[in-house]
Every structure is written in C-alpha cells, then in structure tokens.
Design a protein around this ligand. Structure first.
Ligand SMILES: CCCCCCCCCC/C=C\CCCCCCCCCC(=O)SCCNC(=O)CCNC(=O)[C@H](O)C(C)(C)COP(=O)(O)OP(=O)(O)OC[C@H]1O[C@@H](n2cnc3c(N)ncnc32)[C@H](O)[C@@H]1OP(=O)(O)O
Ligand SMILES: Cc1cc2nc3c(=O)[nH]c(=O)nc-3n(C[C@H](O)[C@H](O)[C@H](O)COP(=O)(O)OP(=O)(O)OC[C@H]3O[C@@H](n4cnc5c(N)ncnc54)[C@H](O)[C@@H]3O)c2cc1C
Length: 621
C-alpha cells in the first residue's frame, strides 16, 4: 500500500484480459513479431479504455503496466508527448480540434524533433517551416541529408500525425524553433502523404515494440492554423506576434517527459530488477557456508547482500524521488499556467539533473542485478535483459545524460554566482545560501539528518569548487565557452552531487512521514544504507576537505555491513511490497511462487530452436 495507492482495481481488471497476460513469449519472437504483437495489444488496450471508461492518466497507467510489461508501446510517444504538447502549446481552438480525437485514438501522434545530424543541439536543427502568405501555408522542408527527422517513436509505420519541431521562416527571417501539427498519413489508406518520405530506422538495442522512424519533407504544405499558437502566432499576412514569454516554453514537452522518466523508467525498472534478483537469491542455493550443512540461500552470503541491498535501497530512493519529481512538475506547471514563470529554471534544472542521475544509476543497478543472478541472469528467462535494454534508453532519449547534467550544473552555477552577489536561493537549492558546517557530525547513531547533512556539505563544496574553477579558467585567459568545456567534468560531478543530496533528502522526508513505527524502522535502515553506500563509494569527495575523518569512514563501513544483516530478514518482503505481478515482471527467476527450476525447464523446451526445422536439421545431419 506504500506504493500502489488506488491503482489495484485497474491492475486486476487488466490482468483479467487474456490477451495481456498470456500469448506468445516475447523472448521467442522476431522483431517484426514483437512489433505486431504489441500493436495487437495496443488495439486491445484502446478497446479496454473505452469498455472500462478509463480516461484518467493514472488509471490508464495501471492498465498499461500489465498490457506492455517492461516495454514502451507506440502509445508512449502519443500519450506522453503528442497529447501533452497539444495541450500545453496549443490555443484553445487547437486543443478543441485535436485533443479529443487524439484521446479517442482516432488520430495517433508522435513528437518529431531529432534529426539525423542533431539531437542534443536543438538550436542546430535544420528542418524549415517557411510561411507563404499567398497560400496561407507553412512549407515544411528537409534541406539537407542531416535534416531528415530520425528517431521519433511510432513514426516508422504507426502514426498518422506528429508534432514537428522546425525553424520558422517568414519573409526570409528565422524566428527559431516552433512546433507544428502535421498530418503524416492518409486517414483512409494509412499511406504517407505525397511530399513525405517515411519509414522505420531499423533494429535497435531495445524498443523492439516501437517503430522509431525517419521522415524527409519535400516542400510539404500545411495550413497556417497548424502552428501551435498558444505562445506565438503567425497572422494571415505573415505578421509574427508573441506573448511576453520565455522562449524555452517550446521545450515544455521535454521537461514533462524528463520529470516522468524518474519514476516511470528509472524507479520502476530498478524496482523490478531488484524484485527478480532478491527473490531468486532466496530460492537459489549454492556452495557451502558450513561443512556438511545444506547449501545456503545465496542471499545469505554477505557479498550477495552487499551487491543487492544497496540497490534495493536505491530502488526505494529513486521511486520516492520520482513521485516527488512528478509532484513538483505539476505544481510548477500550474504556476506557469497562471503566469508565474519564476520557477521554470529550477524545474528545468532538477528534472534534467534527476532524469540523468536516476536513469544512469538505475541502468547500472539493473545490470548489477543481472550479474548477481549468475548464469540464469544471462538467460532471457530472467526478464532482466528486456528490463535493461528498455530502461537504459532513458539515459539517451529526452536529453543525453551528460548534457542534462551540464544543464543542471549551469543552473547551479547561476545560483551560486547569485549567492556570491547577495541573492537568497530558494527551493531545491536553498542550502547554497546556508552556512554549512565544515566538520561532519556523523556518530555511530547515523541519524538521517546527519547523513543528509553530509551530502549537503559535499554538494555545496563541489558546486563552490566548480564555480571557482570556472572563474579561474576565465581569469587565466580562456573565453567563457572554453572555460566551461575545460571545467565540464567537474561540473557534471557537482550536478550529480546536488542530485544525490536531493535524493537522500527526499528519502529522509518519506521516512519521517511514516507513522507505523515498524515500517519506519525498516525504511530508516534502507535510507541509512543508501546514504552510507553513497559516502563509501564517493569517499574521496567527503574526505577531500577534511569533512569526514578516517575514524568516521571506518564507522561508515562497519555500519554498512551490520545493516546488511539487519535488512536480510525483510529483504524479500521489501521487494514484495512493490507489488509487481508476475506478468509485469516477465521473469521466471522472479516468480512470486518461487517455482524457478521447473519453469525454466518448461520454458527451454518451448524455445523455437527445439522445434523441428528443415535447414538446421540438414546442416547438422
Ligand atoms: C496528467 C498527465 C498525463 C500524461 C500522460 C503521459 C505520461 C507519460 C510519461 C512518460 C514516461 C515515460 C516515457 C517513456 C516513453 C518515452 C519514449 C521515448 C520518448 C523520447 C522522446 C525524445 O527523445 S524527444 C527529443 C528529446 N530531445 C532532447 O531532449 C534534446 C536535448 N537538448 C535540449 O534540450 C537543448 O538543446 C539543451 C537544453 C541541451 C540546450 O538548449 P539551448 O541551446 O537552447 O539552450 P542553452 O544551453 O543555450 O541555454 C539557454 C538557457 O535556456 C535554459 N534552458 C534550456 N532548456 C530549457 C528548458 N527546457 N526549460 C527552461 N530553460 C531551459 C538554459 O538553462 C539556459 O538558461 P540560462 O543559463 O539562464 O541562460
Ligand atoms: C529509444 C529512443 C527513443 C527516442 N525517441 C525520440 C522521439 O520520440 N522523438 C525524437 O525527436 N527523438 C527521439 N529520440 C532521440 C533522442 O532524443 C536523442 O538521441 C537524444 O536527445 C540524444 O541526442 P543525440 O542522439 O544527438 O546525441 P549526441 O548529442 O550526438 O550525443 C553523443 C555524445 O556527445 C556528447 N555531447 C553532445 N553534446 C554535448 C555537449 N554540449 N557537451 C558535452 N557533451 C556533449 C553526449 O554526452 C554523448 O556522449 C530517441 C532516442 C532513443 C535512443
């Protein structure tokens, strides 16, 4: 109940749908079969939404978790980017025109921004939208090979609409990047419209169930009314008007998805991987601890606990942080809607930083879970490869992680510079205005406050040092851009330290808010372990300025090890508390009933390579 809130009824409804739980095994399908199978489930999901009156996003999410376990479907870009961008950037008229059709899935859309030659550098995109006042149309064009749109999910075969980000030209003048609603395929024949060259970009590391696509425009006309006009308008005669606004509003869809990814991708992915690895470690017996005694559960080896329990603590931390990130997004977005844009830079910074920090940690953590499962972890039956390939995409899409950390660092440098000039910071960076203790107060009690304070000190110091180093680089004759580049490794580390502190702080606040003392104690242990592992793994950062001394570091190590034994009795319960159904895990190793070996054997017998097949038989005969 700590996690699921009101979601269970919808999940049970979804589980009753035969088409979702059963059917062919994903692991035995080719890419095309995976894609087709996903489309069948998409259609069934849409029918279910109508049948069960599912309109609310949260309700649909519970359903989706069962319908598309550990994978993204073409509904991801449609409901995660196409609809939100229409809602956020469209005028009232435009919203009325397209949103109801999109919500009823009468049109399917995607978000078309990245090009063959540019993804990160949005200002470098080359697609043009040139206004022609005679026809009152925008003419979309891909002037170069590198300007071909590349990557959008669902573009290859599925979507008939898209929001295209293109440079607006009026009368030869470039007005920068703007969003345009573009019909891509005929609603009758589903063929691409004349003037468009489109297709799928080919097999990928993961995302097999999504047709990421390419799109080349050949002087393709769209009506003037198709530019999303909430913030800027182009009048019939070609006059460009804009509300006083931050030009970064057109990047809103990216902020939204980054804010959601922390929970939906990093939090869920890591929690599932931990569930599989910890349940399996309670089933798997191996070697001897004591002579002539039964083989122990591998979860009883301290090294196994040392691999998995910090990841379990991390999964809880990322989950809680993801929930907090969503709350912040909706809060600040509401403020922006009321015209208060003051917190947009902070929202951009924290969503960029946390998206990068948590997806990197989760991606690394999922791989560690796989390794902790030994040989069976390497089998697709573990479910871990699928979880990994899809979750690790989150390190790249919606802003490559290093680039996102640098965006976060940019904000931190601005704030720190402001503090030096007497400004008072607030929100997630208010600590930069505090006087921070130069000696660590950690004692063997390891209060959550003292642990969070240690991370606060580390973040504040690393931000200060990054800022001072930047100033020194400039003072020694480098221009600002070169100084930034020469300082960028230090800057990314400062941003990570900030996000790490934020995550520890969120976890601490959740523990403090829990009323049940028993649950509180267990969560406190996890929070302590998260923080202590963070200190140990980055110990150089904590001792560099003499903040933490050797005795304290030794205490950290001791406490970390004793926490492993304290957490052990509750470990399986702690992953059960995530309440993932077997269908959502897609893992034989992580089965709730623990019946691993019998089912591995059954599964292997079903593998297509065991079916009679002429060519293989002839080659081997
Ligand atoms: C009720 C809700 C219902 C909804 C239901 C749906 C829920 C779905 C949830 C989804 C969850 C999971 C998703 C899983 C499926 C996903 C499928 C995959 C989707 C992937 C889609 C994509 O990848 S789309 C393409 C994404 N592309 C990028 O992210 C590109 C990255 N690059 C950039 O963003 C920018 O180029 C840049 C930020 C790196 C640089 O921009 P620019 O050059 O213009 O800026 P500067 O660096 O010069 O900075 C200038 C100042 O502007 C500030 N800035 C930059 N960006 C922003 C911003 N976005 N907002 C605010 N401010 C910004 C910057 O900080 C500078 O500020 P100053 O320092 O003050 O000058
Ligand atoms: C699974 C998946 C789904 C996607 N879906 C969509 C979609 O629906 N719509 C869409 O429009 N796009 C989509 N994309 C594209 C995605 O948004 C981009 O790939 C992403 O933004 C990264 O951009 P890039 O590919 O240009 O990477 P690059 O920028 O080329 O990154 C390559 C390397 O260069 C480094 N680098 C680049 N710039 C800097 C810098 N300023 N400072 C330091 N280092 C730098 C990066 O850190 C990285 O190490 C998707 C991508 C994937 C993988």
């Amino acid at each position: 109940m700590l996690f699921k809130g009101g979601g269970l009824p919808h999940e049970s409804l979804a589980l009753q749908e035969k088409l979702f739980g059963a059917g062919p095994d994903y692991n035995f399908m080719t890419r095309i079969e995976r894609f087709k199978n996903s489309l069948v489930r998409v259609q069934h999901f849409i029918r279910c939404c109508a049948r069960y009156n599912l309109h609310d996003h949260a309700d649909k999410k519970w359903f989706e978790g069962v319908a598309f376990p550990n994978e993204v479907s073409v509904l991801g870009p449609h409901s995660g980017m196409f609809i939100p961008t229409l809602k956020e950037q469209g005028s009232e008229e435009q919203i009325q025109k397209w949103v109801p059709q999109a919500e009823k899935h009468q049109i399917m859309g995607t978000y078309i921004q990245t090009e063959l030659g540019h993804g990160t550098f949005v200002r470098g995109l080359e697609t043009t939208a040139t206004y022609d006042p005679k026809t009152e149309e925008f003419i979309l064009n891909s002037p170069t090979l590198t300007s071909i749109k590349w990557w959008p999910g669902g573009l290859g075969r599925t979507c008939n609409f898209g929001i295209v980000m293109a440079l607006l030209y009026i009368d030869g003048k470039n007005y920068g990047m703007h969003p345009f609603v573009v019909q891509l395929r005929s609603l009758k024949t589903h063929e691409p419209l004349p003037g468009l060259t489109m297709g799928d970009i080919g097999p990928k590391f993961g995302f097999d169930t999504v047709d990421n696509g390419y799109l080349q425009f050949n002087h393709f006309g769209i009506p003037r009314e198709n530019m999303l006009m909430k913030y800027c308008q182009v009048l019939k005669n070609g006059t460009y008007t804009k509300q006083t606004r931050n030009p970064k509003f057109s990047y809103g869809a990216m902020i939204f998805v980054r804010s959601m990814v922390v929970y939906e991708v990093a939090g869920q992915g890591l929690a599932k991987a931990c569930t599989i690895a910890i349940r399996y470690s309670a089933i798997r017996r191996q070697s001897e601890l004591k002579k002539s005694r039964p083989e122990p559960q591998i979860l009883d080896y301290q090294t196994q606990q040392y691999k998995l329990f910090p990841l379990l603590a991390l999964a809880y931390a990322v989950w809680f942080t993801g929930v907090r990130m969503k709350e912040i997004y909706f809060m600040v977005n509401n403020e922006i809607k009321q015209g208060h844009t003051e917190r947009l830079p902070e929202l951009h910074a924290i969503s960029s930083g946390l998206k990068a920090f948590t997806t990197s940690m989760a991606s690394w953590g999922i791989e560690r879970c796989r390794l902790a499962c030994g040989g069976h972890g390497y089998s697709a039956a573990s479910g871990l490869p699928k979880i990994y390939v899809n979750a690790t995409g989150g390190c790249t899409y919606e802003g490559e992680n290093t680039v996102m950390l640098l965006q976060c660092a940019r904000f931190l440098m601005n704030i720190y510079g402001g503090v030096k000039n007497g400004r008072r910071p607030s929100g997630s960076v208010n600590y930069l205005g505090e006087r921070i203790s130069s000696r660590c107060t950690l004692t063997s009690e390891f209060t959550l406050k003292s642990l969070a304070d240690a991370f606060k000190h580390r973040a504040a110091r690393m931000i200060k040092e990054a800022s001072e180093r930047l100033n020194r680089l400039q003072a020694s004759g480098n221009d600002p851009e070169d100084s930034w580049n020469l300082n960028s490794v230090v800057l990314t580390k400062a941003a990570e330290a900030h996000c790490h502190y934020y995550m520890v702080l969120v976890f601490e606040s959740v523990v403090e808010s829990v009323e049940d003392n028993c649950v509180k104690d267990i969560l406190r242990q996890l929070c302590q372990l998260l923080a202590l592992c963070g200190i140990q793994e980055n110990s150089g950062d904590f001792i560099q300025d003499g903040f933490l001394n050797n005795d304290q570091l030794e205490l950290v190590k001791q406490k970390q090890l004793s926490l492993l034994s304290e957490i052990r009795p509750n470990a399986v319960l702690l992953v059960d508390a995530f309440e993932f159904h077997d269908v959502q895990l897609g893992s034989i190793l992580g089965r709730f009933d623990g019946n691993v070996y019998e089912n591995l054997f059954k599964w292997a017998k079903k593998t297509p390579l065991n079916k009679p097949e002429d060519l293989i038989h002839r080659l081997l005969r």
